[in-house]
Design a protein around this ligand. Structure first.
Ligand SMILES: Nc1ncnc2c1ncn2[C@@H]1O[C@H](COP(=O)(O)OP(=O)(O)O)[C@@H](O)[C@H]1O
Ligand SMILES: [Mg+2]
Length: 296
């Protein structure tokens, strides 16, 4: 069995998550690893960065590199296929509802975030490749996604108790089986698996930021919050030109994260890097080697 890794990129909007994750995916593919590059940001830009046509399905773009842009409607469709029937079975064992309940639940807040994580977890379990490079959504959305999974897990624990209470009364009128309880519990276990997958030793989370005051402050907060859910290992300070206040902030980054994260700097390029050729120059050989030695 191939031992898979996940390299994920987190950070504020506009710091360079998509650009750096694409550059990594290209570089690792060229080093002979089979790479699956995935973006879970529903505002697609992966194809703009790689200068490729936008496709709904995963597409092989070069030897060793498959790229997938996730779409919200695709996630909802998949959710319905995977969980729709189970949700209907649980709901209809308590209430007189029809299958329309599936669409109703599919539109509930948090379902898309929760299922996005489940989707990535399934990729991790089922794909044959060396590494999944995961371009996440901007910090706020990314954190929300992680928090929802945890809440989902906690709520499902409560749901069993609630179900038993409601069922206790309803059983006098209706006769049901144990099945709904088992289903609720299987969802809870799944949420638990997803949360532990994120904390897995083969997951290397990367914080991306820039050497500016606000970016620095956001990065410090993001580090604290994200660390509860994902093992942050690397810090990329992107768009460095070593001028003015940047020097001061590069120092602040180093003082704050020294010993906690491996820190890398990526220069600001002009023009901004687009297309596979330009992306090749983004990460230095030395940095690539260092990261490769940690990850593989
Ligand atoms: N090292 C860099 N040098 C110059 N421009 C960059 C660099 N990294 C990213 N950019 C540009 O900055 C913008 C934001 O980058 P992007 O990767 O889309 O960020 P994110 O995914 O974090 O929102 C894009 O226009 C991109 O081309
Ligand atoms: Mg992006």
């Amino acid at each position: 069995m191939v031992v898979k890794r996940v390299l994920s990129f987190w950070g504020k909007g506009g710091v360079g998550k998509t650009t750096i994750s694409s550059a990594f995916a290209v570089a690792l593919a060229e080093r002979g690893y089979s790479v699956y590059l995935l973006s879970s940001d529903f505002m697609p830009s992966l194809h703009d960065v790689l200068e490729l046509p936008l496709t709904y399905e995963p597409v092989k773009v070069m030897d060793n590199l498959v790229v997938e842009q996730l779409f919200e409607d695709k996630i909802i469709d998949l959710w319905k296929k995977r969980f729709g029937d189970e949700v209907y079975r649980v709901a209809s064992s308590i209430f007189p509802v029809g299958p329309e309940i599936i669409d109703y639940v599919a539109g509930a807040p948090g379902i898309v975030e929760e299922f996005t994580l489940y989707y990535i977890y399934e990729l991790f379990r089922n794909l044959t490749c060396d590494i999944i490079v995961w371009d996440t959504v901007a910090t706020g959305g990314g954190l929300r996604m992680l928090k929802i999974e945890k809440e989902f897990y906690e709520h499902l624990g409560e749901a069993v108790k609630l179900y038993l209470k409601v069922k206790g009364v309803l059983d006098k009128i209706r006769t049901g089986s144990e099945e709904p309880l088992k289903l609720i519990d299987s969802w809870r276990l799944l949420a638990q698996d997803v949360l532990s997958f994120l904390k897995n030793a083969s997951h290397f989370a990367t914080l991306v930021s820039r050497p500016f005051p606000i970016d620095f402050q956001v990065a410090v907060r993001a580090y604290q919050e994200l660390s509860q859910f994902v093992p942050i290992r690397f810090l990329f300070i992107n768009m460095v030109s070593f001028s003015g206040e940047e020097k001061e902030y590069l120092k602040k980054f180093e003082e704050t994260f020294e010993g906690k994260l491996d820190i890398f700097r990526v220069p600001r390029f002009d023009p901004s890097p687009r297309g596979i050729n330009a992306l090749r120059k983004l990460i230095s050989e030395k940095d690539l080697e260092k990261i490769e030695s940690v990850v593989f």
